[in-house]
Write a protein that binds this ligand. Sequence first.
Ligand SMILES: NC(=O)c1ccc[n+]([C@@H]2O[C@H](COP(=O)([O-])OP(=O)(O)OC[C@H]3O[C@@H](n4cnc5c(N)ncnc54)[C@H](O)[C@@H]3O)[C@@H](O)[C@H]2O)c1
Ligand SMILES: [Zn+2]
Length: 346
Amino acid sequence: MISILDYNFSQLNNFLEELKPTQLLILVDENTHEYCLPTLLGNLETEIPFEIIEIEAGEDLKTIETATQLWEILSEFETDRKSLLLNLGGGVITDLGGFVASTYKRGIKFVNIPTTLLGMCDASIGGKTGIDHQFLKNIIGTFAEPERIFVFPEFLQTLPFEELRSGFAEMMKHGLIADEKHWNDLISIQDLTPENIFPFIETSMKIKQNVVEIDFKEQNVRKTLNFGHTIGHALESLFLQKNQPIPHGEAVALGMICETRLSFLENLMSEETSENIIKNIRKFYPYISINDFSSEEIISLMKNDKKNTDGNIIFSLLTAIGNSTFNCSVTIENIKNSLFYYQNLR
Ligand SMILES: NC(=O)c1ccc[n+]([C@@H]2O[C@H](COP(=O)([O-])OP(=O)(O)OC[C@H]3O[C@@H](n4cnc5c(N)ncnc54)[C@H](O)[C@@H]3O)[C@@H](O)[C@H]2O)c1
Ligand SMILES: [Zn+2]
């Protein structure tokens, strides 16, 4: 289990010195190549030979085709179990890179260096890797842990605002499911800027890390991290099918609004608390209309979610700010009512 999250380049250099890989492969996308790789290379102090592997940016590339190309490239570079893959990028790079590393030659070592807020607080932690297939997100993947996670918050300086806001939704989720103080800290932020968010990144990372350490294979408490994601994922997939992708975090923010309402409808929390939460989520996120989708369509996608069994839709819901529960089967009527509630918010 990963227990150390590292925050400076000397720790990365020390780590490489100790591990002594024969070769470094640095996976980047076009943006992290431009904005993050120069900083990384400028701070690397090592004699280990390295190769840069660049892919285009975006979720569209998180596919089996890209994975195949990457396996071929690793083969051309004669990568073996003594090589180390450095995933330098957002969740797409760490998910895809982790997947490719964990399957190539039955697994080579990899390190995550997340460069988006979502990557830092969520995707790089917890050992889930994966690719999308036929409009289904993360439908193919492995559980595989990076050797280490190195977080350099300064990378956030070049991140577009929408991406920053997207990652912030996962931080809010961490507060809601597990830590009231964290939630209060986050909602007191006036403007979403890297500087204002920096002080709270570590707490978010630790919340995720703790949950994953207790329940790596998602048998119980890890499921609470899915709060906001049952409805959020379904809507994210529907927008993707319509060729109007929305950022993951915005889908999660939307999902959290509906699932907070659902927590109230299922008698898990008071209406007052739920309204307070929803008001604070809405402070940061624009309203996205979901009127193009019928509730039947949304619900049928949820039934297909790999986390559900026997056609039941299982939710992780809130019982208070900073407290959550999982394995909640809810009524279809309440799901519809929570979607309806959202539609009436505009
Ligand atoms: N494995 C997990 O547990 C887990 C958890 C949550 C999300 N995810 C996955 O993460 C992915 C989303 O991650 P994401 O939001 O980081 O997306 P992303 O990797 O596509 O990054 C978003 C955009 O920001 C650019 N970028 C990255 N770092 C930058 C920087 N420092 N400066 C400027 N631009 C930069 C990227 O090139 C990209 O265009 C999804 O595929 C999702 O499924 C995985
Ligand atoms: Zn998420």
